[in-house]
Design a protein around this ligand. Structure first.
Ligand code: ZN
Ligand code: ZN
Length: 364
């Protein structure tokens, strides 16, 4: 049934929601200066700084919708402007997932994190958190926190079957060779550590993975939102659907970190992340890992970390040529941040974790 439904989505996408020409820039010097003046989709969250439980704040319903979209508020039917218990609980869970102090308040660090552009895939799927907040309590209390894996899978752990590990991909629209090569490089990063291979498909219809750029509503219920906000999303195996927001200022090559354009997004960084989803990985709480949900504009993050590699090798095994030394290991700064955040979580933190473990995450 699920596959049939997805087939319908693919067909509907092709005919009712054709992919559109994306805004590509070959490098950062080709971006016109006026692009910097565009505001991001979630910039308006700034005004919620200092709001607290019990208040009614104009526009807070938008923040609740945000949390609903990413799985933090299960009841999506009651998005009011009230800073109520459901919003406070959502903020706490979010803070756990993103290694922030668990306060339930919209402090500046939390708001900054909320406004960062991110992947459109949810962090909590069907009530089950794939990130910190869904891990067992021992996960958090270990003295060697940073050595424990954070990687996650989709519910049910779907993966490509052993009979189909040589995957093919195709694009909805015509891309230049340079643009296509970004995706091949991104695929190659995953191929280097697993038994998977990725090659361009001989025909679009038979491709395992279909990649396209879309604007707004494009038929799968996950609308894109213009500049920044959500950048892309991808479906679990074996759907093979990889959608990118055509409204972004996609930079194809060069050192994006030197760009002064606040909305420039590195295409390869986003591609490496979304391919992780296409292969079966969920989001990780390890800041700096490929499967971390947010990426700031003007950032390049393309190297798989230990966490990403351990996760993908659990699904597909190791590439015989992989020598076991990723070029990027878990960042020390991230791990110390993790420890500090968890210590700073206060006495309620173990309680929440035990509650989650013991009662099937009902508090979510
Ligand atoms: Zn994602
Ligand atoms: Zn989509």
């Amino acid at each position: 049934m699920k596959l049939q439904l997805l087939s319908v989505v693919v067909l509907a996408s092709l005919f009712l929601f054709p992919s559109v020409s994306a805004r590509f820039f070959p490098n950062i010097t080709s971006i016109p200066p006026w692009v910097s003046n565009i505001t991001g989709a979630w910039d308006g969250f700034h005004k919620f700084a200092g709001c607290h439980s019990g208040q009614k704040v104009d526009g807070l319903s938008k923040l609740k919708k945000y949390f609903g979209r990413f799985g933090y508020i299960p009841d999506v039917s009651n998005f009011t402007d009230d800073y109520d218990d459901s919003l406070e609980a959502a903020i706490k869970t979010y803070q756990q997932n993103f290694n922030l102090n668990v306060t339930g308040e919209l402090d500046s660090q939390t708001l900054q994190q909320l406004m960062r552009p991110r992947c459109g895939n949810a962090d909590i799927v069907n009530g089950t958190s794939t990130m910190n907040s869904g891990k067992p309590s021992s996960f958090h209390t270990t003295a060697h926190f940073h050595t424990t894996a954070h990687y996650s899978f989709f519910p049910g752990q779907p993966s490509w079957p052993a009979s189909n590990r040589d995957l093919t991909y195709a694009f909805y629209e015509n891309l230049t060779d340079d643009e296509k090569s970004v995706f091949q490089r991104a695929f190659d990063r995953w191929a280097a550590v697993t038994t998977l291979t990725f090659t361009p498909a001989s025909s679009f219809a038979t491709a395992d993975i279909k990649i396209g750029f879309f604007s707004g509503d494009h038929g799968d219920g996950e609308s894109f939102d213009g500049v920044l906000g959500t950048l892309a999303h991808a479906f679990a195996p074996t759907a093979g659907l990889f959608h990118l927001d055509a409204a972004e200022n996609w930079v194809v090559s060069g050192d994006i970190s030197t760009s002064t354009v606040s909305t420039a997004v590195d295409l390869e960084s986003v591609a490496v992340h979304e391919i992780g989803h296409l292969l079966g990985l969920g989001h990780s709480s390890v800041a700096g890992s490929i499967m971390y949900p947010t990426i700031s504009a003007g950032t390049r993050r393309t190297e798989l970390t230990n966490d990403d590699i351990q996760g993908i090798q659990k699904l597909y095994g190791s590439n015989p040529n992989y020598n076991g030394t990723p070029t990027v290991s878990a960042q020390e700064s991230d791990t110390s941040q993790n420890s500090a955040a968890h210590n700073g979580g206060g006495s309620r933190w173990p309680f929440l974790v035990l509650l989650a473990a013991g009662f099937g995450f009902l508090y979510l």
